[in-house]
Design a protein around this ligand. Structure first.
Ligand code: SAM
Length: 350
């Protein structure tokens, strides 16, 4: 028999007056029920739990200039912040192809965008790595490519802030870090199988870590014990020279996490594949824009765009890198490292 008067589920218990942990922030995680609270969190320069504040949106729209009826590609759908604005500009009759590797967030994002009224003609969603950009674009029958292609690299706030995904050093969780949790090795598994040399190489090449040699030796000695984010943080703290202050220590911890994330998700391999396929995926007269968040990404984009201009693939490239304004940085500190680069193809669409 069903209970005629079911009690509402209890809110999560937490000490004090404010929830601190991600899973305790039940109001932020249900923005449709608590819109004012969510707005308040954003006004304080924080990202509400389970959301992502899109970066350099107006600047991206100015560069890509989506027009009604065009075809666009968002290689990194994330929370759908940029995608929503593209979709508004592409209507009526335009189509946005949205890609993302993360099956957990993609399902929620697609549901949110569909609920805003974007049907299957306006929005096509594919759970795929942007390393397969060409296959996704040509698979839609867009044989001469799209009018614009956009990518906002790295991980979303939903992924970073959820400790169960293992991306954050600020809370304990399994040391996973896979954007697609079903695919490939987790960070803990990779650490347990790698060599000391490989680990050092990842710390240097993916994060320019100045204490790479010392950290690689110490972490590798205990690699089978590093199964949680807290265990990794503590091992890094123990391995660093004692003279470092808290800020320097935190910077090293941040870089170790960044290096492992890039390694586990083969982020540079995927970016290089995207950059190789980009020219064939942009129509004459089309545009491409990429948002990067650290030097390893930015260097690759800058060199690929410059080579494309030299080879006559692109007719125009940004002079200056576009950065977030002081106001945006204040409102969303996660925008501070972002760099926007763009290119255009000559000619007119067929
Ligand atoms: C910074 S977020 C994008 C945020 C989005 N622009 C928004 O407004 O919500 C980056 C997203 O790209 C996805 N991603 C990262 N690397 C990817 C890859 N190689 N292929 C497809 N998606 C990727 C991540 O899963 C994440 O959802």
């Amino acid at each position: 028999m069903t209970d005629p008067d079911p009690k509402p589920p209890r809110r999560p218990r937490y000490p004090g007056t404010h929830p601190r942990r991600f899973e305790q922030k039940y109001k932020e995680l249900a923005p449709e029920k608590y819109p004012e609270l969510v707005e308040h969190v954003r006004e304080r320069g924080m990202t509400p739990a389970g959301q992502h504040v899109p970066i350099l949106v107006e600047e991206v729209l100015a560069v890509l200039a989506p027009r009604p009826g065009e075809r666009g590609v968002d290689c990194t759908l994330g929370y759908g912040g940029h995608a929503r604005r593209f979709l508004e500009r592409l209507a009526p009759e335009g189509t946005l192809l949205g890609l993302d590797v993360d099956p957990l967030e993609l399902e929620k994002t697609e549901a949110r965008l569909r609920a805003l009224g974007f049907g299957p003609d306006a929005l096509v969603v594919r759970r795929t790595n942007f390393a397969g950009l060409g296959a996704a674009v040509f698979g839609l029958g867009w044989s001469d490519g799209a009018d614009f292609v956009f990518a906002d690299l790295g991980v979303s706030s939903m992924q970073i802030d959820d400790p169960s995904r293992g991306f954050t050093f600020k809370a304990d969780g399994p040391l996973d870090m896979r954007m697609h949790p079903g695919k490939g090795l987790s960070a803990a598994e990779w650490l347990a199988r790698t060599t000391r040399e490989e680990l050092e190489r990842a710390l240097v090449e993916h994060a320019d870590e100045p204490h790479a040699e010392r950290l690689a030796s110490a972490l590798w000695l205990h690699n089978h014990e590093l199964t949680t984010t807290r265990a990794l943080v503590e091992a890094v703290r123990r391995a660093l020279p004692p003279r470092l202050d808290e800020e320097e220590t935190t910077s090293s911890i941040r870089r170790v996490f960044q290096a492992l994330r890039i390694q586990v998700n083969d982020e540079f391999g995927a970016l290089e594949a995207l950059l190789r396929q980009l020219p064939a995926c942009v129509r004459p007269g089309g545009r491409a824009a990429l948002l990067t968040f650290h030097s390893g990404e930015d260097r690759r984009v800058k060199h690929a765009f410059a080579a494309g201009v030299r080879d006559g693939v692109w007719s125009e490239v940004n002079d200056e890198v576009v950065r977030a304004s002081a106001e945006e940085r204040r409102a969303n500190p996660r925008s501070a490292p972002a760099k926007l680069r763009w290119v255009r193809r000559g000619g007119a669409p067929a």
